[in-house]
Ligand binder design. Sequence first.
Ligand code: DX5
Ligand code: ZN
Length: 220
Amino acid sequence: MIRICPSILNANFEDLPGEIARVAMSADLLHLDVMDNVFVPNFTFDLNKSKEIIEASALPVDVHLMIAEADKHAAHYAFENTASITVHYEACEDPRNTLLNIRAQGKRSGIAVKPNTPIEVVEELLDAIDMILVMTVEPGFGGQSFMENMMPKVAKARHWLQQKGLSDTWLQVDGGIALPTIRTAYLAGADTFVAGSAVYKHSDPAEMVEMLRREALRTE
Ligand code: DX5
Ligand code: ZN
């Protein structure tokens, strides 16, 4: 069982409900990249705009917060159509408390690590985590190249989840996921895949979601 989560970062911002509807039949979750121009050098949506997008989304939403002081803000993104809220380890003062606050809102709790953050920081938090996000680019922009050298982090996280019997904890990769890279991330142990430009630069985004799924799971 894998999940494909299109990111609308590189979609047409003038018609986000329409862009989301294009993948609603084939994708599992919509990935919403919230950037504050502080934690990352880019700005996307404030809380009000995020709320508007989440409420209008035809898919449950996987919120990726690339914002500073995530502890303060994370729980505010728990709208009815929010499925999960992911905070960056680097942006939290008390990651455990923040993850538990997300769960207390009835949402899946996610923790993300930037490329230079060792995966070991999440190990002691595993009991509070519903999804680990291993960034496979520096957060901030879509369309960057997949960092294959992040695969040992994915493999290590997969090993912990197996060893501890945490079969409901998802393992996500985000950045540069496309047909040439998704299989590598799948084989390393990822089960949840964000794809932005690969999906929205394709003439048929829904078809690309299916192609990505087939490529990850191919048997030969
Ligand atoms: C990057 C964002 C990603 C981005 C992925 O900071 O977190 O979700 O949209 O875009 P692609 O798939 O184009 O690398
Ligand atoms: Zn993202």
